[in-house]
Design a protein around this ligand. Structure first.
Ligand SMILES: [Zn+2]
Length: 122
């Protein structure tokens, strides 16, 4: 989801939420995506239970799993995002980029083969 602000206040609101998203990632919040349910659990650092749930499905299960994030900020603002959803999206993008840049199996095999050959010649 990409939010394109249409005025200065929305732009500031989004920028502030993105700052908060970066802060909670740095704090060590963890996000676990349950693909079969399309639910993300949001856990604060060192907490074994979820503080909030992000319901990415189209099924609203009130009051426990409303659409989007269950945090008060998401539910109140009506903006369609909060620091939790933005943080989760950023982490997803980073993971996708890492996978995209990771060497393929052939490249890894080739690198291992090459370093063995170099070692044999030394
Ligand atoms: Zn939230």
């Amino acid at each position: 989801m990409n939010f394109i602000p249409t005025n200065a206040i929305d732009a500031m609101r989004l920028a502030r939420a993105e700052e908060k998203a970066n802060a909670i990632i740095a704090e060590g919040y963890s996000f676990k995506f349950y693909s079969e349910l399309e639910i993300v659990t949001v856990c604060k650092p060192k907490q074994p239970y979820a503080s909030y749930f992000i319901n990415l499905s189209s099924v609203e299960l009130l009051p426990l799993l409303p659409l989007g994030c269950s945090c008060p900020s998401f539910q109140k603002s009506g903006a369609g995002y909060c620091k939790h959803t933005l943080a989760f999206e950023r982490l997803q993008e980073e993971e996708a980029n890492q996978l995209k840049n990771a060497p393929t199996e052939e490249e890894e095999w080739g690198a291992a083969w090459y370093s063995e050959r170099v070692a044999l010649r030394a």
